[in-house]
Design a protein around this ligand. Structure first.
Ligand code: GH3
Ligand code: MG
Ligand code: MG
Ligand code: MG
Length: 295
């Protein structure tokens, strides 16, 4: 249901419009002055605003300008409803951000038709927003596992590193002997293992942590505000959860382990060096027996 704000200082006008619009199944909110109207536009998720020109507090035109300056996530479709009927007035309203203009007195038929046109725009806008959200979601996540893809986890790390006062924990995780899983049970089972391991890692993290697929069977975990020792503890928690997990895919049961390299990013250290350190630590974990976390 579309939510309509009626902003008018004339009480009878508001009540007449409410009476008519509620019959058309709109959800109505009223404001009797410009300041109150602006607050409602900010907070009440308004789809369409029917705004009188001359009102105490803010004029309809000022309200238009201020609404556009807010740059809200939800576009507010503004119709100025006024007795000012000069062509110049219409142009001024459109110039300052109104989408449409109705001259008083008007028929409810006119209002209804202009609202249909508003709905058409809003529905189209919502469709675009949904499509954008879907595409954006696909663009930042790894298709197989659903965790962040390499590009987006790297860009999270970049933006976190802009605050050099916070230490950031970094873990690189590599599945042990993964090639053998593929060779023994096939690639599809290997894919399921990647999904399951992604889930286990995600569940071991806090809300503000990040996990991304860093390579084929490698994951990168970012732990904002954790130092290297705290990050080691998290890495061990991940390692144990995976080692203790019984993988059951199709009718095959097996165990899997991972090796982890831990480092941290802090002042005067760049991302490349921090990742290299974690990578070297991972290499040591692999060389000295696997199923291991190394700092
Ligand atoms: P190590 O313990 O030293 O890490 O040995 P490993 O066998 O895990 O490492 P290696 O680098 O030799 O093999 C990694 C394998 O991961 C090779 C590749 O086929 C497999 N792999 C990479 N991406 C995918 C994927 O998306 N799906 C599947 N099923 N396998 C993948
Ligand atoms: Mg008025
Ligand atoms: Mg590897
Ligand atoms: Mg491996």
């Amino acid at each position: 249901m579309f939510k309509i704000l009626i902003a008018d200082d004339d009480k009878d006008m508001r009540e007449n419009m409410r009476f008519f619009l509620e019959k058309l199944n709109y959800d109505i909110i009223e404001a009797s002055n410009g300041i109150d109207a602006l607050e409602k536009i900010k907070n009440d998720n308004i789809s369409i605003a029917l705004i009188d020109w001359l009102m105490p507090g803010l004029t309809g035109i000022e309200l238009c300008k201020k609404t556009r300056e807010l740059n809200l996530d939800n576009y507010v479709y503004i119709i100025i409803v006024t007795g000012k009927s000069e062509k110049e007035d219409t142009l001024e309203a459109l110039h300052h951000g109104a989408d449409d203009y109705i001259v008083k007195p008007f028929s409810f038929k006119e209002l209804k038709i202009r609202l249909f046109s508003a709905e058409r725009i809003i529905k189209l806008e919502n469709k675009l927003k949904e499509a954008y959200a879907r595409l954006y979601n696909d663009a930042i996540h790894d298709f197989l596992t659903g965790v962040l893809n390499r590009r987006s986890i790297m860009s999270e790390l970049e933006s976190l590193s802009n605050n050099p006062n916070d230490e950031i924990g970094i873990i690189i995780i590599d599945i042990d002997n993964f090639k053998k899983i593929n060779d023994t049970y096939g690639h599809l089972v290997g894919d399921e293992v990647l999904k399951e391991i992604s889930n286990i890692i995600s569940k071991s993290l806090r809300k503000d942590d990040y996990v991304g697929r860093y390579g084929g069977e490698e994951f990168l975990v970012i732990l904002p505000k954790l130092n290297i020792n705290e990050s080691f503890t998290v890495a061990e928690r991940i390692r144990n959860s995976i080692a203790n997990h019984n993988f059951h895919i199709g009718d095959i049961d097996f165990k899997i382990t991972v090796s982890l390299g831990v480092s941290s990013l802090k002042k005067f250290k760049n991302i490349k060096d921090a990742l290299n350190e974690a990578d070297k630590a991972l290499y040591v974990a692999k060389r000295t027996g696997k199923n291991k976390t190394v700092i």
